[in-house]
Ligand binder design. Structure first.
Ligand SMILES: COc1ccc(OC)c(-c2cc(C(C)=O)n3cccnc23)c1
Length: 122
C-alpha cells in the first residue's frame, strides 16, 4: 500500500527523530546496536528476545512515518537497550555498552534538550 502522505507535522517530527538517531548512533562507535542481532553471533537470541530492535530498524521506521510521537521512538530505543541487558550478562561489553547508551539517551530525550535540538534542525 502506498506510504501515507507525510504532512508538515510528521516531516518535522521525522527530522527531529533523524537528528536524535544520528546523535545516539554516534554513541555506539562499535556499532553493536547498528544492525539486528543474529542467532549466528548471539546463540539462542531469537528465542530469548521476543521483540528485537536496532538502529537500522528505527531508521526505516522513521522513513516510513512509523513514529507519530517522540514517546514511541523513546520506547523503541529503551527496548533495544533493555533487550541487550536481558540477553547479555552484566559483566559483558554489550551489557555495559547498553547501560551507558540508555543513560546517554535518557539525558538527550528530555524536553529542554529536545527544544535545543529542534532549534538546530532548520
Ligand atoms: C562483535 O561485533 C559485533 C558486531 C555486531 C553486533 O550486533 C549487531 C554485535 C553484537 C551486538 C549484541 C547485542 C546488542 O546484544 N551482541 C550480543 C552478543 C554478541 N554479539 C553482539 C557484535
Amino acid at each position: 500500500s502506498p506510504l501515507p502522505k507525510s504532512n508538515e507535522s510528521s516531516s518535522s517530527l521525522n527530522e527531529l527523530l533523524d537528528h536524535l538517531l544520528m546523535l545516539l548512533e554516534k554513541k555506539d562507535p562499535q556499532q553493536f546496536f547498528a544492525w539486528p542481532v543474529t542467532d549466528a553471533i548471539a546463540p539462542g537470541y531469537s528465542s530469548i528476545i521476543s521483540q528485537p530492535m536496532d538502529f537500522s530498524t528505527m531508521k526505516l521506521k522513521i522513513q516510513e512515518n512509523g513514529y507519530t510521537n517522540l514517546k514511541q521512538f523513546q520506547s523503541d530505543f529503551e527496548l533495544m537497550c533493555n533487550n541487550c541487558m536481558t540477553y547479555n550478562q552484566q559483566d559483558t561489553i554489550y551489557y555495559k555498552a547498553a547501560k551507558k547508551l540508555l543513560h546517554i539517551g535518557q539525558k538527550f530525550m528530555v524536553p529542554e534538550k529536545l527544544l535545543s535540538l529542534r532549534r538546530e534542525v532548520p
